[in-house]
Design a protein around this ligand. Structure first.
Ligand SMILES: NC(=O)c1ccc[n+]([C@@H]2O[C@H](COP(=O)([O-])OP(=O)(O)OC[C@H]3O[C@@H](n4cnc5c(N)ncnc54)[C@H](O)[C@@H]3O)[C@@H](O)[C@H]2O)c1
Ligand SMILES: [Zn+2]
Ligand SMILES: [Zn+2]
Length: 382
């Protein structure tokens, strides 16, 4: 089959790879019909994620058609159209039993923190991902769900990560009626978080980024006020000024380890790897909220960013909440929001790229070229 293959930082290509096989009675093989590139894939692409092995296939946001199933799979059969959450979960361990589907203890030999994720390095289990014609789906009775008849494929694929994560970001922000919510990052995750903040009762939503085309999308897709941080000497002072000098009630970090906005932090974190990423967006969040506020962190970080303003967070009495998104837990409510038109994830799609040109997709998305917000990957076997 044809598959995206990692060859080293900034070097990916499409190669022939062996078809994945059923390795366990709980496995299914899925023929991928649509995949996406996620902001998290960019951390891999930039060589920032430890133990990203050459030869790995990325892709944790995908839908497809069941090709074959192992002998113990009960809920799926060949021909079923399925959407597959980015988390691989066993469904029955201590964490899965408590709904912590992103923290499954059985699917990753390094599962002291995160559980299993498709195509996301050996730190999350070493599974091959869905930017390929076929993918092996372990615990096939647990994660995959039939795509509802009424659902658009492009909505379905974005529900397997970006949409669920953005919504989760707003949920962890514990948004109360009338709250002022500041979202850092106007990528797909931040845009959905901003839109979701309204659904949860926000009174005001402000999105911060430095890419004007994305801020324009924030105004249109999420009806948010926008702030371009590059236009302010000190974006925190500006955010305080426009929030009665108290600060926002909730901040959602949808940026993560590769944040721009501080040359020093960016070089130390993203370039020299002296710490697990640049915490500049997180620090802005800590500074820009009022005392007693909640900060929700969806952005991905390496294990040890060491310049986080932790003392300020403590002294302000902040609540910090964070996790990888437990995707399937969000689906019942999100399906309703999509069906009712409260959320249209497919409005975020800017590019539909054939699998053969996947390298071009990474380049466009990474360098934020050609108005790129969300690139989809269309496999050739589809
Ligand atoms: N928790 C989860 O389950 C989960 C799931 C998906 C993605 N993520 C993470 O969420 C983050 C966003 O993903 P995405 O797909 O939207 O990525 P993206 O790269 O498209 O978006 C990130 C945006 O942040 C902006 N930005 C950079 N520095 C900033 C700063 N200091 N302040 C405000 N904005 C800044 C960039 O210009 C960009 O628009 C990534 O770190 C990704 O790894 C987490
Ligand atoms: Zn992702
Ligand atoms: Zn589990």
């Amino acid at each position: 089959m044809r598959a995206m293959v990692y060859r080293g930082p900034y070097r990916i290509r499409v190669e022939d790879k062996d078809l994945p096989r059923i390795e366990h009675p709980n496995d299914a093989i899925v023929r991928v019909t649509l995949a996406a590139i996620c902001g998290s894939d960019l951390h891999l692409y930039h060589g920032l994620m430890p133990d990203t092995r050459v030869g790995t296939t990325f892709g944790h946001e995908f839908i497809g058609v069941v090709e074959s199933v192992g002998s113990s799979v009960r809920s799926l059969k060949p021909g079923d159209r399925v959407m597959v959450p980015f988390n691989i979960s066993c469904g029955s361990c201590f964490y899965c039993a408590r709904g912590m589907l992103a923290n499954c203890h059985n699917v990753n030999p390094n599962a002291t923190a995160v559980g299993g994720i498709y195509g996301y390095s050996h730190t999350t289990g070493g599974y091959d991902g869905g930017q390929a014609e076929y993918v092996r789906v372990p615990f096939a009775d647990v994660g995959p769900t039939l795509v509802p008849d009424w659902m658009h494929d492009e909505d379905a694929v974005l529900l397997t990560d970006a949409t669920a994560t953005g919504y989760f970001g707003a949920q962890l922000g514990d948004v109360r009626e009338g709250d002022v919510v500041v979202v850092f990052g106007a990528g797909p995750v931040g845009l959905v978080a901003a839109r979701s903040a309204w659904l949860l009762g926000a009174g005001r939503v402000i999105v911060v980024d430095h890419l004007d085309y994305r801020l324009e999308k924030a105004r249109e897709f999420a009806q948010a006020e926008t702030v371009n941080f590059a236009e302010h000497d000190d974006v925190v002072v500006h955010l305080k000024r426009i929030t009665d000098h108290l600060g926002a009630d909730v901040a959602i970090d949808c940026v993560g380890a590769e944040a721009d906005g501080s040359f020093l932090q960016h070089v130390a974190g993203a370039k020299l790897k002296l710490q697990g990423g640049s915490p500049i967006a997180l620090n802005w969040a800590i500074d820009a909220v009022r005392k007693g506020a909640t900060i929700s962190v969806m952005g991905a970080y390496g294990p040890v960013p060491n310049a986080v303003k932790f003392g300020d967070a403590m002294n302000k009495g902040l609540t910090l909440r964070m996790n990888q998104c437990p995707v399937k837990r969000q689906w019942p409510r999100l399906f309703e929001h999509v069906r009712n038109g409260h959320l249209r994830p497919r409005d975020l799609v800017t590019h539909r790229i054939p699998l053969e040109d996947v390298a071009e997709g990474y380049h466009l998305f990474s360098s934020k070229l050609d108005g790129c917000i969300k690139p989809l990957i269309v496999p050739t076997a589809a």
